[in-house]
Design a protein around this ligand. Structure first.
Ligand SMILES: Cc1ncc(COP(=O)(O)O)c(C=O)c1O
Length: 407
């Protein structure tokens, strides 16, 4: 393969991911032998890559000299060995969004004060659980939740999730704030009432929280600066209030990774610099809640081709996995990089559509992508699926079986 082809078809090659002696290796493991051993579909995660991703975040934030905390968003991947690895790495706390996630974090040994909770549409039972865990940090995103937590936990310190009305993500489907009204966060016009209710129950607002979407990339960094300008309005409101003494800015998660050959990796120093320039003069600590950034490119899904068939204008390649294991293309149109476990022996590429085994038209992993000629029985790796894959798995059509391996 020449350099141009490599840049186009194997842009995802890294020190720990690429072909060795004609077989795809990940973190030192031959994935074809693992596929034979494990049976497919199987997710394979690299602890070395997870550690590298977290350490990169630490370096960028530490270099700003602004105090910071990293909470891993458990929703991205809760494979127990992986979460235990994170616990013993000491590199992060946990961002939880449900009672189940709080309990799981506690079960693997995270202390209450290493857990930050930001949920939505909270039931009284959810708030009861938070009452039983007084050391867990809570960010609330509705006036209703402030009132009902206040009734249970008079005098508790809290965070408020605000809606800065600017979103950014891999694409507009993954923006959590923006022009369209979303369910997330407290809007400007609600904020005075939110503070008044906090005051009524003796709650002190110490954190302002926002989360603008999933997968913002280098080109979105100007938006992060714009969001901070919006945050400033909320911060100003707080300074005048007795019930608010904001010490922390929680900027949520959403950091993206390259998904295609043309995506530029996020410049973390630049991103951290934007946050620090805002936080430093205001004496704020920064919290971040990355999920996907930590695990996405640390996970691959191994699958086997069972069908290769031309149907009218499309060459379909059917595999033994479906959108129940990874729905980011089906639901959000995200592109997946897909490659055979045996290195292609030709530079010839065919345009193929990778189809899952679930009886839904949207069950596709990739549409009209160039891949080397494939035969039934071949194995494929779907890359960048460490986040929101197994964690979102469903048994749609009773096709939910899979295994997971932690390297
Ligand atoms: C409040 C909050 N924090 C963090 C995250 C993690 O986002 P990501 O995995 O894109 O980093 C999410 C994702 O939905 C979220 O809603």
């Amino acid at each position: 393969m020449n350099q141009n082809d490599k840049a186009q078809f194997e842009w995802w090659v890294r020190e720990d991911l690429g072909y060795v002696n004609g077989r795809l290796h990940f973190d030192g493991r031959d994935l074809l032998s693992l596929a034979h051993e494990a049976k497919t579909p199987t997710f394979v995660y690299s602890t070395a890559r997870i550690r590298a991703n977290l350490e990169r975040l630490h370096r960028a934030l530490a270099d700003t000299a602004v105090p910071y905390h990293i909470y891993y968003a458990l929703k991205a991947n809760r494979f127990l060995p992986l979460v235990s690895f994170l616990r013993f790495s000491g590199l992060c706390g946990i961002d939880a969004c449900s009672p189940g996630e709080v309990l799981l974090a506690r079960q693997v040994g995270f202390a209450e004060d290493e857990i930050s909770f930001t949920g939505t549409s909270l039931a009284n039972e959810d708030l009861d659980l938070l009452q039983r865990h007084p050391g867990v940090w809570v960010n609330l995103d509705s006036i209703s939740a402030i009132r009902r937590l206040g009734q249970r936990c008079h005098g508790r310190d809290i965070g408020l999730r605000i809606n800065p009305q600017i979103g950014a993500g891999y694409n507009p489907l993954l923006e959590y704030a923006g022009e369209q009204t979303t369910k997330f966060g407290i809007y400007r016009e609600q904020f005075p009432e939110a503070l008044a209710i906090a005051n009524q129950f003796g709650l002190t607002v110490k954190t302002l929280h926002f989360h603008i979407g999933s997968g913002f990339q280098q080109r979105h960094l100007p938006k992060v600066a714009q969001v901070l300008a919006q945050v400033d309005w909320f911060l100003q409101q707080c300074t005048a209030e007795q019930c608010a003494s904001v010490t922390t800015l929680d900027v949520g998660g959403g950091l993206g990774v390259p998904l295609t050959a043309v995506d530029e990796p996020l410049n973390l120093a630049e991103w951290a610099g934007i946050l620090a320039d805002y936080a430093r003069p205001r004496g704020l600590t920064i919290c971040i809640e990355p999920g996907d950034y930590v695990v996405k490119d640390a996970g691959v899904l191994l699958t086997q081709v069972n069908t290769v068939e031309q149907k009218r204008d499309k060459l379909f390649v059917g595999i033994n996995a479906g959108f129940g294991l990874q729905n980011l293309h089906a639901y959000y149109r995200l592109p997946f990089a897909i490659t055979p476990l045996l290195a292609p022996t030709t530079s010839h590429r065919q345009t193929v559509t990778i189809a899952g085994h679930i009886n839904e038209a949207l069950d596709l992993f990739a549409e009209d992508i160039p891949l080397p000629p494939l035969a039934e029985g071949d194995y494929l790796a779907i890359l960048n699926v460490g986040g929101y894959g197994s964690a979102n798995s469903s048994a749609h059509c009773l096709r939910g079986e899979f295994s997971e391996y932690l390297l």
